[in-house]
Design a protein around this ligand. Structure first.
Ligand code: PHE
Length: 347
């Protein structure tokens, strides 16, 4: 019987060495440790052994049982690790590898035309000593309306169809004039800055209206600022951007935050002034609303109106892009179409 036991353990040790799958390991376990397994068969015949050998046989078979169980546990752990490593090997990815197929939108494709124009205009104003400011897309009533001399009851609130949040206190800014307020809050006069960014209006979409578009706000506050200062900066801006003479006209415009207020229009460059869907058949495109900052606005921004005054303007970047590149529908700009967006080069 002792010999049978020794044979069994030798056989087991070599058998487990061969196992390379979990399923065969479980079979092996049943074969040796199962109720009808090899070890139990031997133990059953223990009663037939000579009484003086029984103790020794008992101890050995118990030790072997422990050894078998132990080797099976270890083998199982090893097989599980092998399995994981195999999966890792198969699904291996080199995360440092450059994706040569997908276009990242900034190398071969170039920049979006709105980005191109925005950066150019920033450079023009930087060269004239302006700062560049930013402001949040989600605003409160104060920064979008109140501080800009548009009280809750003012009809001008209807001019700007607003996306309100559920709390009815926050909104997606309807214009970048919010940056005027934030700029005044953060700076002591004299100062001058521009603030570009996205704005949001709940509008019916057509060739010249989008719900999301871009403006570039400008503000200058100092002593004795006049309309001629305003006109100088606007003219410089337009001649730098178009690099040619464009026909402009200045007409009175109403905005509660400026007084007097103006609309600076340029002759439509899509149709050459003949009339098309972009200029709504008028031959002119509203591009640059502007004016002298209303004293109420300066006061709300904490500016001393006895000493300082200023001007502000709000340039429509998408229309400017359309005029410069001859794009006849604003909806192209947000189409997400790379073939469209990749055609533009800086001037
Ligand atoms: N905020 C105005 C608009 O979105 C534009 C504007 C800016 C007008 C600054 C005057 C001065 O329509």
């Amino acid at each position: 019987m002792l010999q049978k036991l020794e044979e069994l353990i030798v056989e087991f040790r070599s058998a487990i060495g061969e196992v390379d799958k979990k399923a065969s390991l479980f079979d092996l376990k049943a074969e040796y440790l199962g109720k009808k397994g090899k070890l139990n068969l031997i133990l059953k015949s223990l009663k037939d052994a000579a009484p003086e050998d029984r103790k020794e046989l008992g101890i050995r078979s118990n030790n072997y049982k422990i050894e078998i169980q132990d080797s099976i546990d270890k083998k199982l752990a090893q097989l599980e690790i092998d399995e994981i490593n195999e999966k890792l090997e198969k699904n291996w990815q080199d995360i440092t590898l450059r994706d040569s197929v997908r276009d990242l939108g900034m190398n071969s494709a170039g920049y979006h035309p709105v980005t191109i124009i925005q950066r150019e205009i920033e450079d023009i104003f930087l060269s004239m000593g302006f700062d560049i400011l930013d402001g949040p897309h989600i605003e409160d009533e104060f920064h979008n309306f109140e501080a800009l001399n548009i009280p809750a009851t003012h009809p001008a609130r209807d001019m700007q169809d607003t996306f309100w949040f559920k709390d009815m206190e926050h909104l997606l800014r309807t214009h970048t004039s919010t940056i005027q307020v934030r700029g005044m809050e953060a700076h002591k006069p004299p100062f001058k800055f521009v603030g570009p960014g996205k704005v949001f209006r709940s509008e019916a979409l057509d060739a010249s209206h989008e719900a999301v578009f871009h403006q570039l706000e400008g503000m200058m506050v100092g002593e004795n600022i006049s309309v001629s200062n305003l006109i100088f900066f606007m003219k410089t801006l337009l001649s730098e951007i178009f690099k040619k003479d464009v026909n402009v006209r200045l007409r009175p415009g109403f905005f509660p935050f400026v007084e007097p207020g103006f609309e600076l229009d340029i002759e439509c460059l899509i149709c050459g002034g003949k009339g098309c869907s972009v200029c709504k058949q008028t031959g002119w495109v509203e591009l640059l609303p502007c004016g002298m900052t209303h004293p109420n606005v300066l006061k709300a921004g904490g500016v001393d109106t006895d000493k300082y005054n200023g001007f502000a303007f709000g340039l429509g970047l998408d229309r400017l892009v359309m005029m410069r590149y001859g794009i006849d529908d604003i909806r192209h700009l947000h189409s997400g179409n790379l073939a469209f967006a990749s055609q533009f080069k800086a001037y």
